[in-house]
Design a protein around this ligand. Structure first.
Ligand SMILES: Nc1nc(=O)c2c([nH]1)NC[C@@H]1CN(c3ccc(C(=O)N[C@@H](CCC(=O)O)C(=O)O)cc3)C=[N+]21
Length: 292
């Protein structure tokens, strides 16, 4: 039997519909539309395309977006000045500084400057720190990890006590998704490039989250039969037979793993659309925080 394929577009549509209805209710109650500021520095085509998708998705649910574009040569002071102005702007409930920033800029200092109450990416160290502490609540949870959790909750009757394996320990996905799984009472193993006997460790997973950025690294024989496999990877691989000359693959060898897993998320059409849906939800949450 082959795995159930998680339809990220359909799950994201559920979240968007909920956000859209709640935004409409706010507006009907005389409150302003939630506002999202996107900050794009430089002219990386992939970043431009992601920011365009985020602004389009915002408009579809009634979130107003404010696009800011700075040249690749922008100074640290210019970027910081913009973030400070957005922090002070009451129309802005969420600030998204598209990453990666050009190499001459200090990303950490920029992220540290974003108001904790407008940190819709959930990357501010205070929000990450609260995520890591028992009994503390972050103002925002990072979008991709939250999207992974939504997919896991849809696929596993009870997360408590399961073995979850996270492949990758990045600030933006691996570590926060591991923290969310711990908060949901899973037993969590974080694997990385120095892990010994990696396939054996991965094979213990009831739930596997692959977020290492290595194309099709997870093979069919690494996966426990029936496991839930969430593939966060977005990798471009050369493919002369495809019209564009490349295709997108995840960190999981989909064709092999779908024969073993119980549930699997595809790439594209899996976690990617969830990330954007969670950004919309977080922006609405930012507006709700500003009501108080
Ligand atoms: N501050 C910041 N926040 C981010 O959330 C952030 C970022 N920087 N930098 C880049 C990454 C990447 N990211 C994606 C969002 C949606 C898709 C997505 O929707 N992908 C579609 C395919 C889209 C296509 O094919 O063009 C899919 O997987 O089906 C992918 C990747 C957000 N990121």
């Amino acid at each position: 039997m082959t795995a159930t394929i998680l339809d990220g577009k359909a799950l994201a549509a559920e979240i968007r519909a909920d956000v859209k209805a709640r935004v409409a209710a706010r507006i009907a109650a005389g409150k302003p539309a939630p506002g999202l500021a996107t900050v794009l520095v430089g002219d990386n085509p992939a970043s431009q395309s992601y920011v365009r998708s985020k602004r389009k998705a915002s408009a579809e649910v009634g979130i107003e977006s404010f696009g800011y574009e700075l040249p690749a040569t922008a100074s640290q002071a210019e970027v910081e000045k913009l973030v400070s102005e957005l922090n002070a702007d009451p129309k802005v409930n969420g600030i998204l500084v598209q990453l990666p920033l050009p190499g001459h800029l200090d990303e950490e200092r920029v992220l540290n400057l974003i108001s904790i109450e407008k940190d819709v990416d959930g990357f501010h160290p205070v929000n990450i720190g609260r995520l890591a502490q028992k009994g503390r609540e972050p103002s925002f949870v990072p979008c991709t990890p939250e999207g992974c959790m939504y997919m896991i909750q849809k696929s596993v009757p009870k997360i408590e006590g399961i073995n979850a394996v996270v492949l990758g320990r990045s600030n933006i996905v691996g570590m926060p998704v591991a923290l969310l799984l711990v908060r949901a009472n899973a037993t969590v193993t974080i694997c990385h490039s120095r892990t010994r006997n990696l396939p054996d460790v991965v094979r213990q997973a009831d739930v596997l989250v692959a977020a290492v950025g290595k194309p099709e690294m997870v093979r069919g024989d690494w996966v426990k039969p029936g496991a839930v496999v969430i593939d966060v990877g977005i990798n471009r691989v050369d493919d002369p037979s495809s019209p564009k000359g490349y295709r997108m693959v995840g960190d999981v060898n989909f064709d092999e793993v779908k024969e073993v897993a119980g549930v699997i998320s595809p790439v594209p059409g899996g976690v990617g659309p969830m990330t954007i849906a969670m950004l919309l939800r977080n922006t609405l949450h930012g507006a709700e925080l500003s009501d108080k």
